[in-house]
Design a protein around this ligand. Structure first.
Ligand code: NAP
Ligand code: HSE
Length: 455
């Protein structure tokens, strides 16, 4: 391609954290972009909601702001629609219309792709267009290309990671600086890490959206993410973070997915979910701090591989958006998911809880009376759960407000060996209903040193 090639013209929908980051990096890296692609990349129109809002960065030369999507969609000079407005309905409609009118699309919108990715990828493939989404998972980490192309020679066995920058930032602030949950979330919002609706972050849904995209790339199947077991971080207390440290662990929000080894990857049952977990301090994942993300992938040829980088924020995310744009500028052939169309109709076979195992951390608030430890161990044993470690804190305290018992209470901390998800749930219901347990039990998965998926 010569440097006489015509510029690639973009319509940018969204001029917030990521949109402004993209405009900045397009300006700063202009010479590198021309050197890499042999052409200029130019923004012609920028769609926003509020035309009068002051902007954090100057408009690109010659670009006009608009609040009408039609100004981008109806402009035949615009070859690529970059969607950075977020949300599902309006963003979905803009992307669909762009693809139908022959424009390639680049987006960072994981919520939309988790919900409507199946039909959008189908449309893009039918039209032979790009639907790029490197920025949708783990910000600056090149995880989409890694799974789609670099690891295409592997059968992927499992992947595991910290997929949400906001939650990792909050847990790090709580853990390292003793900050409370609400102020840490406030800071994450101020720094541009959180979603417009931050409950998507703290309730684990954003990580679930991303995990659904990774599952599609790893195994060529749609995981109905609404059926995925998802738990956020609002139940994680300073006390659990402290106790986890004492056992040699860090509390992290993790997303995990594992496929059974079968001849056809689409046939293997998938175990997947998002939850807070105790991660052993020896693991790299335990050392991922702040708004950083990390993903560990295990394949049958590559063995294990660990990717780490900035998971959120304007510039790191914009760099990934720009990588997709440059692929289009270079005239690459579209390959959006790494699997041909026929594969994508396949819906994941979900592994039932009875067949899924993990070690567990359990925190009980129990009566400080003789025999309680025996009774707790009895309930766990009745459910075939074997105890690895127990720590009863000596600090007898007042019973929790509204508890059914007037005596003193103590925190009882238990680490179990590997036990089925279904068994642990049954045991915890029995514990909660017993007279010696005074509060709803708290329990988290443990990524222990012996756990295969976490080494
Ligand atoms: P943001 O700061 O809230 O910016 C959103 C932009 O879109 C604003 O310029 C807003 O216009 C515009 N907009 C919103 N709704 C619109 C509508 N209905 N019509 C026209 N314009 C509309 O959001 P962001 O953080 O940049 O996130 C954008 C997307 O990137 C989301 O899908 C998000 O999940 C994803 N993402 C974000 C990050 C991150 O770190 N922030 C990382 C990865 C992916 P006004 O400025 O006029 O309000
Ligand atoms: N809100 C998201 C996060 C942005 O905190 O990870 C990056 O996808």
């Amino acid at each position: 391609m010569s440097d006489k090639s015509p510029p690639l013209v973009l319509g940018l929908a969204g001029f917030g954290t990521v949109g402004a980051g993209l405009v900045r990096i397009l300006r700063e890296n202009r010479d590198e972009i021309i050197a890499r692609t042999g052409r200029e990349v130019r923004v012609k129109r920028i769609l926003v909601r509020d035309l009068s809002r002051p902007r954090s960065c100057p408009l690109p030369e010659g670009a006009l702001l608009t609040n009408k999507a039609e100004d981008l969609l109806g402009d035949s000079e615009i070859a690529v629609l970059v969607e950075l407005i977020g949300g599902v309905d309006q963003a979905g409609s803009i992307i669909r219309r762009a693809l139908e009118s022959g424009k390639s699309v680049v987006t960072a919108n994981k919520a939309l792709l988790a919900e409507q990715g199946g039909s959008l990828f189908e449309l893009a493939e039918k039209k032979d267009l790009h639907l790029g989404y490197e920025a949708a998972v783990c910000g600056a980490i090149p995880i989409i290309r890694t799974l789609r192309a670099s690891l295409a020679g592997n059968r992927i066995d499992n992947l595991l990671g910290i997929l949400n920058g906001t939650c990792n930032f909050i847990l790090s602030e709580m853990s390292e600086k003793g900050q409370d949950f609400a102020s840490a979330l406030n800071n994450a919002q101020r720094l541009g890490y959180a979603e417009v609706d931050p409950s998507l972050d703290v309730d684990g849904l954003d990580a679930a959206h991303k995990l659904a995209l990774l599952i599609r790339l790893a195994w060529g199947i749609d995981y109905p993410y609404k059926n995925m077991p998802v738990e956020g971080i609002s139940g994680v207390t300073q006390a659990d973070i402290r106790y986890a440290h004492e056992f040699g662990y860090r509390v992290k929000l993790i997303g995990y997915a594992r496929s059974e080894a079968t001849k056809d990857p689409a046939e293997g049952r998938i175990e997947a979910g998002v939850c807070p977990a105790l991660v052993h301090e020896k693991f790299l994942l335990a050392r991922v701090e702040g708004a950083y993300n990390a993903v560990r992938i295990e394949g049958n040829a590559c063995g294990s591989l660990f990717l780490h980088g900035r998971g959120a924020g304007g510039l790191p995310t914009a760099g990934s958006v720009l990588a997709d744009i440059l692929e289009i500028a270079r005239g690459a052939t579209p390959d959006n998911t790494g699997f041909p169309l026929r594969r994508r109709a396949t819906v994941a076979r979900v592994k039932p809880d009875t067949d899924c195992f993990s070690p567990w951390y359990i925190r009980l608030t129990v009566r400080d009376k003789p025999g309680v430890l025996r009774d707790v161990a009895g309930i766990l044993a009745d459910n075939s759960i074997s105890i690895a470690e127990v720590n009863q804190k000596g600090d007898t305290g007042e019973p929790p407000a509204g508890s059914r018992d007037g005596g003193g209470c103590v925190p009882l901390l238990i680490m179990t060996h590997s036990a089925p998800v279904a068994g642990i749930r049954t045991a915890l219901i029995s514990l909660e209903n017993s007279v010696f347990v005074l509060e709803k039990p708290v329990y988290f998965r443990v990524l222990a040193r012996s756990a295969n998926a976490a080494s």
